[in-house]
Design a protein around this ligand. Structure first.
Ligand code: UDX
Length: 443
């Protein structure tokens, strides 16, 4: 099939390249000429394992082309995927500006039999609204509209494993009302080893929000339990393990710590709050999910303040700026929020992240950045681990502790061996796990 993907961010780029790998001819269209120019040189604009190799291979096979122009990239296509950004607006509702602009731009160029697939995460009802808008404009312009169909096909890929997730989806949700659209999508995904779920567009839109909000809520729930564990000297990791053995609960997304960030969970939960309120329904369960998540950052800062007896002029090494490992994405990063709070409290912060420092430096130029984790920790009063990059567990902690001024380790992701750090003379604190080692205040 001949396909154009509009919007070459995480979802668009990965989706387009995976479709090309499947044998489709794909044009990647973005209005950002810099992004397209970088892609043309074979450079991925985002860090994602396996993505650059996939890009190079598909370009070499001639299955991928790039464009910044709708008049060039849309005519003659069987399918147009819309993967534009749908950020939060100032009120927390979803901003559909980019989607509206893309739809308006498609109007004169779509083939009369084209299927438009919305992959962007959009509030319930958006697919029907988008179709109405497009049909109205085509009629006004005297263009055929009767056989243009719309599909809601939400994307569930995770950053850091986006290519793998896109190749191995756990479900394919197709929200449509026309048989023709279902058949086209079934043909497109016929090789996939995943259940295909034909649903209404509204149901598809809700599946995406409900899934993300449910997972976010699972994280906030275990973080609430982490606080209760701490009050009783219990270890939340063992509580999570015991809960996760119940197959109805499952072990995943029960890692307590600093909570969730990223480009999806925070904005999608906020959007769902708005969608519930718009229908007069209670959003308390999600309000609390967000409140607990915000409180993780202040809890980490309070713990550090308590351990150091204040933050002004203290030297803090911050390990981890990406919102999670294996990405350079700092959007809604909890680690970055800690950095901001520490700077506001006049601490001297030196940060290190394996991939996210360039992005962080644009947002927080006042932070000091180290070339490696050990360098960040030399002379520090405390080390804060904010992202669970596996490399942080492998650091030479004996040497690091020896080079620190006071030996406080705040492990916000519960990923280090607290007892080992205490044995090396460090003062270990986690989030909902027992502290270990002596504090300076112990005398
Ligand atoms: C998420 C969804 O998983 C994905 O299906 C959707 O398409 C987009 O949003 P992503 O944002 O890439 O993906 O990251 P994810 O791996 O889900 O983690 C989100 C956040 O939750 C991260 O900040 C992570 O550190 C945090 N998290 C995750 C926890 O704090 N505890 C956990 O147990 C799991």
């Amino acid at each position: 099939m001949r396909i154009t993907v509009v919007g070459v961010g995480y979802v668009g780029l990965v989706t387009g390249l995976t479709l090309a790998e499947q044998g489709e001819y794909v044009t990647l269209l973005d209005v950002d000429p810099v992004r397209i120019a970088r892609l043309r040189t074979g450079e991925s604009p985002i860090y994602e394992p396996g993505l650059e190799e996939l890009l190079t291979a598909q370009v070499a096979l001639g299955r991928v082309t790039f464009s910044t122009r709708y008049d060039e990239a849309v005519p003659g296509r069987d399918l147009v995927f819309l993967c534009v950004g749908t950020p939060s607006n100032a009120m927390g509702a979803t901003d559909l500006d980019q989607l509206s602009r893309a739809l308006e731009a498609l109007v004169p160029h779509l083939d009369p039999e084209c299927t438009v697939v919305i992959k962007s995460t959009v509030p319930v009802g958006t697919n029907r609204w988008a179709k109405d808008l497009l049909v109205t404009r085509r009629r006004q312009a005297g263009l055929p509209w009767e056989n243009i169909s719309f599909v809601s096909n939400p994307e569930f890929l995770r950053e850091g494993s986006a290519v793998w997730d896109s190749r191995n989806p756990d479900r394919i949700v197709i929200g449509a009302t026309e048989d023709h659209a279902f058949r086209t999508m079934e043909r497109l995904y016929e090789g996939a080893q995943a259940p295909i779920l034909p649903v209404l567009p509204e149901e598809a839109e809700l599946i995406k929000y409900a899934s993300n909000a449910f997972l976010a809520q699972k994280i906030s729930f275990i973080n609430l339990m982490a606080d209760l564990c701490e009050a009783h000297g219990a270890d939340v990791r063992r509580v999570a393990e015991g809960m996760g053995l119940d197959p109805r609960i499952g072990p995943r997304f029960l890692a307590a710590g600093l909570g969730f960030g990223g480009s999806c969970f925070p904005k999608d939960v906020r959007s769902l709050v708005h969608q519930l309120k718009a229908k007069g329904l209670s959003s308390i369960i999600l309000d609390e999910t967000l409140r607990i998540n915000r409180a993780r950052v202040s809890l980490a800062v309070r713990k550090l303040t308590g351990a150091l007896g204040g933050l002004a002029n203290r030297r803090i090494a911050l390990l981890g700026l990406a919102f999670k490992p294996n990405t350079d994405d700092i959007r809604e990063s909890q680690g970055l929020k800690i950095a901001e709070a520490l700077i506001a409290a006049s601490a001297q912060v030196t940060a290190y992240d394996p991939e996210a420092m360039a992005n962080a430096a644009e947002r927080l130029p006042e932070l000091q950045y180290a070339a490696n984790p050990e360098e960040a920790c030399v002379g520090a009063d405390a080390v804060v681990v904010a992202t669970d990059w596996p490399v942080f567990a492998e650091l030479p902690w004996e040497r690091i502790l020896a080079d620190m001024r006071s030996k406080v380790i705040l492990d916000c992701r519960n990923m280090l061996d607290g007892a080992a750090i205490a044995e090396l003379g460090g003062r270990y604190m986690g989030m909902g796990v027992p502290a270990a080692g002596r504090s300076d205040q112990d005398g």
